[in-house]
Ligand binder design. Structure first.
Ligand code: F0G
Length: 458
């Protein structure tokens, strides 16, 4: 008999979690104004709000924490981190920041001005926020296929090269750089192929533009290239990473994802002028260039996390668990963005809650239902997160409306996934009876989903 698949690690430390009653959850949710970010974590049983900073560090990472060098300038921890980043990405200049959005802030402060256009593949919300807050435009050039959740193609995160070329022709000098997000979070944790990275590079060169990778989940992207793209199955993840980054000029990194640390990020590049510009902003916003908002101990953990998570076995354990949840949903016929993503399953809420009008936010409604059903906290990646159009102030209903179930790395077991799938099945079975969604009672101008206040629609 062929042996079944199992994780490439065992558990050394555990953290108790608690169930609650539906009555308690109804009360807590009302107090939180139907916003998952306003719940207390102890009111949650299985927390899938994000895979960011929620992973379980390895024993080697914890051991490295004890050896942190907390010197203000020139700490050995910085050099450990920098050398690892350089070895894995090929970038020599490395500027630490406290997390990914801070790297965006530092870099975009130097590069983006009012009226600019930044094309890319489904910019993440903080990325979009940092572009739009500078009165520039985040132009989505993702392939159209990404919008069809039921279509199963291997690289659904790809940039549409024709759309990108059109943008390059149309906006010319208004484009400071092109950004590619690997994997593409907003369209479902979907990967970008090596071919597409190359094609984007070629086009960027033709128009004299630089390419920035938003790299939060670059190792997961490399896993998909290895397992799905022709010609890469014999290559190691680290070889694939080096090739991917050879097509970029720079990267911003949220280390809270693929470096499996609870806090941290960086900007890295081989462009000395970009580094010299960024380091000045970095000192002002984050801290001196050899710590930039991070502790020495965290930089040590980051170095090891990055090294471990660019190994095939670790990535396989993680991505197979996401796939496992996808297969359970298949059994129950629950529609999600296909194929299963690298870090999450994205349930297609508009296909589940067909009677909830878009003005009442189906994905947020489904997120609320899942919490009430079993104390599971997911996250809306849909009409709420899309914010309003900066010019017309209309809600943006043109994208997908998804409930994201982000799986923290090395934290939950497949039994937890079974609970999540069963809770969703219960909701799916009574979906016809759910006809009312939610209404906004207060919202911020940017990144509204974090603080939005809602009530049940009448
Ligand atoms: N880029 C991508 C693709 C992201 O997914 C995130 C964060 C960031 C940048 C910003 O990084 O949080 O370290 O400041 N995504 C988290 C999520 C929050 O839940 O998907 P950060």
């Amino acid at each position: 008999m062929e042996l079944p698949f199992a994780e490439s690690w065992k558990i050394k430390m555990v953290e108790p979690i608690r169930k609650s009653t539906r009555k308690e959850r109804e009360q807590w949710l009302k107090e939180a104004k139907y916003n998952m970010f306003q719940l207390k974590a102890e009111q949650v049983y299985i927390d899938l709000i994000t895979d960011s900073g929620t992973g379980a560090m390895s024993d080697r990472q914890w051991a490295a924490m004890m050896l942190g060098d907390e010197s203000y300038a020139g700490a050995s921890s910085y050099y450990k981190m920098k050398d690892t980043v350089t070895r894995i990405t090929g970038f020599d200049y490395v500027l630490p920041t406290h997390q990914g959005r801070a790297a965006e802030n530092v870099l975009f402060s130097c590069l983006i001005k009012e009226g600019d256009v930044v094309p890319g593949n489904s910019h993440f919300d903080t990325t979009k926020g940092h572009i739009e807050s500078r009165k520039a435009i985040a132009l989505d050039c993702t392939i159209d296929e990404a919008k069809d959740t039921q279509l199963e193609i291997p690289f659904k995160g790809n940039v549409d090269i024709a759309k990108l070329e059109e943008a390059l022709k149309k906006y010319g000098d208004r484009i400071p750089f092109i950004i590619i997000t690997i994997t593409n979070n907003t369209s479902g944790g979907q990967p970008v192929s090596m071919q597409n990275l190359w094609d984007t590079r070629v086009l960027a060169n033709k128009y004299g533009k630089k390419v920035l990778f938003d790299s939060a989940r670059f190792a997961e992207n490399a896993y998909f290239i290895k397992t799905r793209e022709k010609g890469f199955d014999k290559k190691t993840i680290k070889e694939i990473c080096l090739e991917m980054f050879s097509y970029a000029d720079a990267m911003t990194m949220s280390a809270k994802k693929d470096a499996i640390v609870n806090m941290g990020g960086f900007f890295a590049t081989n462009l000395k002028d970009w580094y010299d510009m960024a380091k000045v902003k970095g000192i002002a916003y984050e801290g001196f260039v050899t710590y930039g908002g991070m502790n020495g101990r965290d930089m040590n953990a980051l170095a090891i996390g990055l090294d471990e998570n660019t190994e095939f076995d670790n990535l396989e354990s993680r991505i197979k668990q996401v796939e496992y949840l996808g297969k359970k949903l298949d059994e129950y016929g629950i529609p999600y963005q296909r194929p299963a993503g690298g870090h999450a399953i994205f349930v297609d809420a508009t296909k589940v809650l067909t009677h909830v009008p878009k003005e009442e936010f189906p994905a947020q409604t489904l997120t609320v239902e899942l919490y009430l059903e079993a104390g599971i906290r997911g996250c809306e990646i849909g009409y709420l997160l899309a914010d309003r159009d900066p010019v017309t102030r209309e809600n943006r209903f043109d994208g997908l409306d998804l409930l994201r179930l982000a799986i923290p790395r090395r934290v939950y077991t497949d039994n937890h996934m079974n609970v999540v799938a069963a809770a969703l099945k219960n909701i799916y079975d009574r979906r016809e009876s759910i006809t009312k969604g939610l209404e906004i009672t207060w919202e911020a101008e940017l990144l509204r989903h974090f603080t939005v206040e809602m009530k049940r629609a009448k």
